[in-house]
Design a protein around this ligand. Structure first.
Ligand SMILES: [Zn+2]
Length: 799
């Protein structure tokens, strides 16, 4: 009791002492010059290996005590990587003059240009800017009305004066960003680092030559006053979406008017619309973008005799009605759906029920009268045709004529009906893709549309090996699929594919021996995934050593030791996205797929060098690899850890920070949004995935994955915060990521910053930031490995 009291007093005393002292410290700082003058700017230095406070002070011509005061340092020691204030700069007359000069120069450069885009004519461009074609031609010395894509046109010279004024006003509220030149740096490398051009740096610093000296301080950017910046950013967030959307709308219009637009062009545009509504699901453009994807599918059906697209269009319209019922686009979707059932599918019942549903929901919709008009017009037309037939040719004669004609030629009306029929029936098996390894194989079957399936396992006998077969129906086999795939791996020896009957495709997997398997279906794209799972050797050997009685925690340790008895020797690092899938794109155009590949390569190097681990990348170049293949790569290579690297994106351009995910179902809408973004999937397929994960999670390394995620997140935030004190820790979360489904080792997905945030996008271009990211992740992995070793020795001692 006495002891407790003593401790209590001690705590109270210490607390008082601390508070007292920090108030002194605060008072001191307040009275120092530092915070008196708000116009002051600080000079920073990042401590490098071998540097001391003394050497730094000497370098910047200040005293050690000044540096200690500015940085509130109690001890004289500094750490490598620590960022210190090493000087204070006041706005000097000279600098003011410099600023003025820059303002003038900046204003001079201002003029409005337009880059000609596909489908644009002089007339369109002139209209867009509210000037005449004549003016436009004069300004650009054009003799004819021809323009070419990519041409830079001057729009208005007179604008200069106006712009000059506003620009000057704005600039006076700006602060500059400085950089002190370090060894080995060039103007080019500095410009790249700060995302500005060399000529900008030269202009800001009045540099005549391209050379810079070590220690030279350069203006490398312009910072705007915070309030203004905030307002501006918010404006950008909205206008960015608008800009992106209207850009797509322009493309859409020009595609429509250009008969040479290919199917691929349309599909690309479609995926851009899709990307937009995934990125900004709650913005007002989302329903508009969904409507466009549906319209494009319908267009493909009509113009490229692509019958599968009709089903997709129907599915998109329904998706829109379900997810955005209050938007005006939902009304249009109803209207178009009813048209499709009436004119394409010719399903009277569906047409009727849908019309009733529509009328009940949207009493006053303009589309209701539109629908009725169309019905009347159609009836009139068909009456006309009937009349024509009756007057000109008797029915009998017509029948005779058809009978005489060769059987290939079908009357037009029937052909149309056939297309409509086709759209409801066949789905194609497009690809059978195996990824195999010693004790694991995944077979991915791509199907063009929704399908049913049934799987069976056969024990085999003396003559035939054990096998698994899957029937997919209704479906036909695409001619490109090879009928036999030779494999000869430990589990799987071959795959045979065949059209079993007119509606069923059968895929047979020949096995070496009877093995357990998992099968699941995914939507958009439609896939059937088969995982064959061999026996885990390690698990077997430990299985006998189940402890009798003891501490409750022991089991946990055993679990770990069992799974990692052999330690971590091989890691698969997965750079997110690639090839046709750019991932999220930042405001200045930086692509996620580029950042993730750079980071993955750097991380691989670091893990190899520092921890002596074998590292395999899922992709070494800018190449598209379907999500569902990525965990299979890790499984088949028997990796001990799986790390998928991504950058985050948010419709809110202020959204920022670091988060790490492991696979699990979630109820957090924000985590769901990120999963939708990373899976590039609709809400519907996501909810499928949630169910799927609940079902198959039993076998995945849930707690280990969470533990790994926690270590990596912690170290990543810690390392980054040293250089970037404003780093935000968004924590460890779970969500249904396709890229983690079926992994047999601890697996995580790291979001190393928001590419949609201008500040973080800039950092993601910065070599130093990337190095810190890699260092943080590697450190997290290292600590995770150490914790395993600890639990292993703990277990060994106890048993
Ligand atoms: Zn991503």
């Amino acid at each position: 009791m006495k002891n407790i009291l003593k401790i209590l007093f001690l705590i109270l005393f210490l607390g008082y002492f601390f508070v007292f002292n920090s108030s002194i410290l605060l008072a001191k700082t307040k009275s120092s010059n530092l915070s008196k003058n708000p116009s002051q700017e600080y000079i920073y230095h990042t401590v490098r290996r071998g540097e001391t406070l003394e050497s730094i002070a000497k370098r910047y011509g200040v005293s050690v005590s000044e540096i200690r005061r500015w940085n509130k340092l109690r001890r004289g020691k500094v750490k490598v990587g620590q960022r210190l204030i090493v000087g204070v700069k006041e706005a000097k007359e000279e600098e003011k003059a410099k600023k003025e000069a820059i303002k003038k120069e900046e204003a001079k450069e201002e003029a409005i240009y337009h880059i000609v885009k596909r489908g644009e004519t002089l007339d369109k461009i002139a209209k867009k800017y509210g000037i005449s074609v004549k003016e436009l031609k004069e300004l650009n010395n054009l003799k004819s009305n021809k323009v070419y894509v990519g041409q830079k046109l001057i729009i208005k010279k007179e604008e200069k004066i106006e712009v000059k004024k506003t620009k000057t006003e704005k600039i006076s509220e700006k602060e500059y960003i400085y950089h002190t030149v370090r060894r080995g740096e060039t103007l080019e490398s500095i410009a790249k680092r700060y995302g500005v051009s060399v000529s900008e740096i030269r202009r800001w610093n009045k540099l005549r030559r391209g050379k810079v000296k070590v220690g030279q301080r350069l203006i490398v950017g312009v910072k705007e006053a915070k309030e203004e910046e905030k307002a501006k950013k918010e404006a950008i967030a909205v206008s960015d979406i608008e800009k992106a959307f209207s850009e797509l709308e322009r493309k859409y219009e020009s595609f429509l008017s250009n008969p040479q637009t290919t199917r691929t062009d349309w599909l690309k545009l479609l995926s851009e619309y899709r990307r937009l509504y995934l990125l900004y699901p709650s913005s007002y453009v989302a329903p508009k973008a969904i409507l466009k994807t549906a319209n494009i599918y319908f267009h493909l059906y009509k113009n490229f005799s692509d019958s599968e697209s009709l089903n997709k269009a129907i599915e998109r319209y329904r998706f829109l009605i379900r997810n955005h019922p209050r938007s005006s686009e939902a009304e249009e979707a109803y209207y178009r759906l009813i048209q499709i059932y009436r004119e394409e599918v010719k399903d009277k019942e569906k047409e009727k029920s849908l019309t009733e549903e529509f009328k009940a929901k949207y009493l006053k919709s303009v589309y209701i009268s539109k629908l009725e008009e169309r019905v009347e017009a159609k009836e009139k037309e068909s009456k006309k045709i009937e009349k024509k037939l009756k007057t000109k040719k008797p029915q009998k004669e017509l029948v005779k004529k058809i009978a005489r004609e060769p059987p290939k030629e079908i009357p037009k009306e029937t052909a149309k009906e056939k297309i409509a029929l086709l759209t409801v029936t066949p789905k194609k098996v497009l690809e059978v893709h195996p990824i195999t390894g010693e004790d694991y194989s995944r077979v991915i079957i791509n199907v063009s549309d929704n399908f049913e399936y049934q799987a069976n396992i056969l024990k085999g006998d003396k003559e035939r090996p054990p096998r698994i077969y899957v029937d997919i129906y209704p479906a036909i086999l695409d001619s490109k699929v090879s009928k036999e795939i030779d494999i000869k791996d430990a589990l799987l020896t071959g795959i045979r594919v065949a059209q079993f009957d007119e509606k069923t495709v059968r895929v047979v997997l020949d096995l070496n021996s009877l093995t357990s398997y998992k099968i699941f279906k995914l939507r958009e794209p439609y896939q059937l995934v088969l995982d064959l799972i061999g026996k885990e050797k390690i698990q077997k050997s430990y299985a006998k050593e189940v402890p009798k009685k003891g501490e409750p925690k022991k089991e946990e340790y055993i679990n770990l030791a069992r799974q990692f008895g052999l330690g971590i020797k091989r890691i698969v690092v997965d750079p997110g996205h690639g090839g046709e899938d750019p991932g999220a794109v930042g405001p200045s155009g930086l692509k996620e797929k580029e950042v993730t590949l750079t980071l993955a390569k750097m991380l691989a190097q670091k893990l190899r060098n520092q921890l002596g681990i074998e590292v395999i990348l899922t992709r070494e170049e800018d190449k598209f690899i379907p999500l569902i293949q990525r965990p299979a790569i890790a499984n088949s290579k028997k990796a001990d850890l799986f790390i998928s690297i991504h950058t985050n994106a948010s419709p809110d351009s202020k959204g920022r920070g670091i988060e790490t995910y492991y696979l699990n179902f979630t109820t957090d809408p924000e985590a769901m949004r990120v999963a939708a973004l990373e899976n590039a999937a609709s809400d519907k397929s996501l909810s499928d995935l949630q169910d799927l994960i609940k079902a198959i999670l039993v076998n995945t390394k849930l707690s280990e994955s969470r533990m790994l995620a926690e270590k990596v997140q912690k170290e990543l935030v810690k390392t980054l915060s040293r250089y970037y004190p404003d780093t935000i820790d968004r924590g460890v979360k779970s969500a249904p990521f396709l890229v983690l489904v079926g992994t047999r080792m601890p697996a995580i997905l790291v979001e190393v910053g928001f590419i949609s945030n201008p500040v973080e996008e800039k950092r993601l271009k910065d070599q130093q930031y990337l190095e810190m990211v890699v260092e943080g992740i590697a450190k997290g992995i290292e600590i995770y490995m150490q914790s395993l070793k600890f639990s292993q020795t703990y277990y060994e001692k106890k048993s």
